[in-house]
Design a protein around this ligand. Structure first.
Ligand code: BES
Ligand code: ZN
Length: 624
């Protein structure tokens, strides 16, 4: 029961005031996105117990938090929560005898949620919190059977990055805090639970699925999915989980995964997580992929039938080094996760499919970067490392930390040579394995191991420009792609009437070539040309979700929304991947009439989107 006496109420109030005024420290890292007092009391292990209730769209949870006291006389632990109904808090010395302890929820912040302060008896080594999640939990999506491939069973999945773990588990939700975890999950009959951990093939005696993650991970990598989920092995260390209806296509699409893991090890050092499995989610999954350890979560839109988008797997797999092994300590250091991962992905794609394919990905990456630099609302959002933290990490999400980060590493590689740079990278991963790191820590490591070790190659001023200038340094190193140049030439020749549409050679284009074709498409094309394009390549209603998304944007911008509206609405009702649907809503919202249409579509479909996608789309429709 909250606030059983006035003293506890006062203690909780002063504490929530002090956390408001004074961002909480984890070691010497300031994480403004967490209330946790992890510099004083730090989580070391989580033992989680869930009952999945599809009828009420909620989890019944019991979360045990084992901790170390960095400050020996600390008398409370502060956890992050968001929209949780907390029912009980208990403390224990040995994990067998539990006694009720006082707790209080602080005031609610729209982005950060509410701090949960739990008082600690002197010898306590752990607390456990009994709670329910709410149907609107931002880190969970509860799907109706109609939103799945099989149409018969409901489905649940989590998305904890960046700060959504707290909406389904009360914990110290900071990437600077790492913990091992174990979990037990009770599901309805016929449904299987999977998590980002070692999994048992069968339920335990009490009918629960059990899990164990023996390596310490940050909270944003805790993940769960429940549904009609089947498994197909791809090799000794790899496999794919999917709804039965998707399993065969998924297994074919991702058949190269086992080889890719081996290649990664050759390039970046040992894979330290045991197995690497994939989980194909229903199409409302809001991202392309999410690097949950041992179990990458994937959008089904990567299953194109031609293995054309497997670079996305390479990206999530590369996070097993950059992100999961060495983790950004705060969300301001996000580029340490994503910029590194993009760079590693280019290297991997190049080694696996040759430099032409690698260069193609790089050119597309830079085009995305330029688009997002244009869309960014402030110079602060354009920098690799912000001078002050963002309020909401989801709101400033863009390809800037990805591509600017990757370009920075490409620049360093070019300056110091591949051999020296590869040794440096491995050194970074080895020295910080299973730790979280800040941008200043990386820059100090860079200074010591490369700048000072090889003086006169790169100056501190050049590094500063990469890190804190909103514009791209003039000496950035860009790739070029013959294949994409050919696409430009083909588009141009057709548009000016020099050659017929059949001469473009688009029948053999990869998805990347199509993306490039659309990205460079001028607004001056005629209605007849768009019609010819659509008829020749059956773009309206196209089965490739990436091509379809680009086509709908183009049609909207050309003022031809009505001709694609039924197919586009069906698409927007099915697909929830933000990268594909946000630009469609944004294109619609660019005119008054379009905005009205977008609002009408969203009113109908909004409830079917993931809570994180709903937030992003509502921002677009509000014009912010
Ligand atoms: N970790 C990200 C996804 C993410 C980022 C989720 C920030 C929540 C907050 C993942 O690794 C990613 O980058 N996915 C990309 C894949 C792409 C760059 C190949 C995506 O979803 O599009
Ligand atoms: Zn990533």
């Amino acid at each position: 029961m909250p606030f059983p006496d006035l003293r506890a109420a006062f203690a909780a109030l002063t504490l929530s005031l002090s956390t408001m005024l004074n961002p909480v420290l984890a070691g010497d890292v300031v994480d403004t996105h967490s209330y946790a007092n992890s510099a004083e009391v730090r989580t070391s292990h989580l033992a989680l117990d869930f009952e999945v209730d599809f009828a009420k769209s909620r989890l019944k949870g019991l979360a045990e938090i084992q901790f170390q006291r960095l400050k020996p006389d600390a008398d409370r632990i502060v956890l992050d929560t968001r929209a949780l109904d907390v029912r009980s808090a208990e403390a224990s010395v040995d994990g067998t005898v539990w006694t009720a302890t006082k707790f209080a929820l602080g005031s609610d912040d729209a982005v950060l949620g509410r701090p949960l302060t739990v008082m600690l008896p002197a010898a306590a080594t752990r607390v456990r919190i009994g709670y329910f999640t709410r149907p609107e939990a931002s880190g969970l999506q509860w799907l109706k059977p109609a939103q799945t491939a099989g149409k018969k069973q409901p489905f649940l999945f989590s998305q904890s990055q960046a700060i959504h773990a707290r909406s389904w588990i009360p914990l110290q939700d900071s990437p600077a805090v790492r913990a091992t975890y174990e979990a037990r999950v009770k599901t309805p009959k016929g449904l299987r639970a999977v998590m980002s951990a070692e999994m048992s093939e069968q339920r335990d005696a009490a009918g629960r699925w059990t899990f164990r993650m023996p390596q310490p991970i940050p909270s944003y990598l805790i993940a769960i999915a429940v549904g009609d989920i089947a498994f197909h092995s791809l090799g000794t260390r790899t496999g794919v989980y999917a709804e039965p209806a998707m399993l065969k296509a998924a297994a074919w699409e991702f058949a190269e995964t086992e080889t890719t893991v081996a290649l990664c090890e050759k390039l970046f050092g040992p894979y330290r997580w045991g197995r690497y499995d994939l989980l194909v989610l229903p199409p409302s999954f809001p991202y392309g992929g999410m690097e949950n350890p041992r179990l990458t979560f994937l959008t089904p839109t990567v299953i194109t039938g031609d293995r054309g988008l497997v670079a996305l797997i390479a990206h999530e797999l590369a996070h097993s080094w950059s992100g999961n092994l060495v983790t950004n300590a705060t969300w301001e250091d996000f580029w340490l996760n994503e910029g590194f991962t993009e760079y590693l992905t280019y290297r991997l794609t190049e080694a696996q499919f040759g430099t032409a394919r690698g260069d193609m990905e790089r050119v597309i990456g830079v085009a995305d970067l330029k688009t997002d630099l244009g869309l960014a609302k402030s110079d602060e959002d354009r920098k690799l490392v912000r001078a002050y933290p963002s309020k909401d990490p989801d709101e400033v999400f863009s390809t800037i930390p990805y591509q600017r980060g990757a370009l920075f590493l490409v620049y360093l590689e070019t300056k110091f040579g591949r051999e020296a740079f590869d040794a440096f990278l491995r050194g970074w991963f080895d020295a910080h394995a299973f730790q979280s790191a800040t941008s200043p820590q990386f820059l100090a490591f860079l200074d010591e191991k490369l700048l000072k070790a090889k003086p006169g190659v790169v100056s501190q001023a050049e590094i500063d420009a990469w890190v804190s200038s909103p514009t791209l340094p003039a000496d950035a190193v860009y790739a070029s792609s013959d294949a994409l140049a050919k696409v430009d030439a083909a588009r141009e020749a057709w548009l000016v009437g020099k050659t017929p549409i059949s001469a473009m050679g688009a029948g053999n284009w990869t998805v990347q070539e199509w993306e490039h074709f659309f990205e460079g498409f001028p607004t001056t094309a005629s209605a007849a040309q768009l019609k010819e394009l659509d008829q020749t390549f059956k773009l309206t209603g196209n089965g490739n979700a990436i091509i379809a998304s680009h086509w709908y944007r183009l049609a909207i911008k050309a003022g031809q929304t009505d001709s694609v509206l039924p197919a586009m609405t069906e698409y927007l009702a099915r697909v929830g991947r933000m990268k594909l649907i946000s630009p469609i809503y944004r294109a619609l919202a660019a005119t008054d009439a379009g905005r009205a249409q977008a609002n009408a579509i969203y009113k109908k479909l909004g409830a079917g989107y993931h809570p994180i996608a709903q937030q992003a789309l509502e921002r677009i429709l509000a014009g912010s």
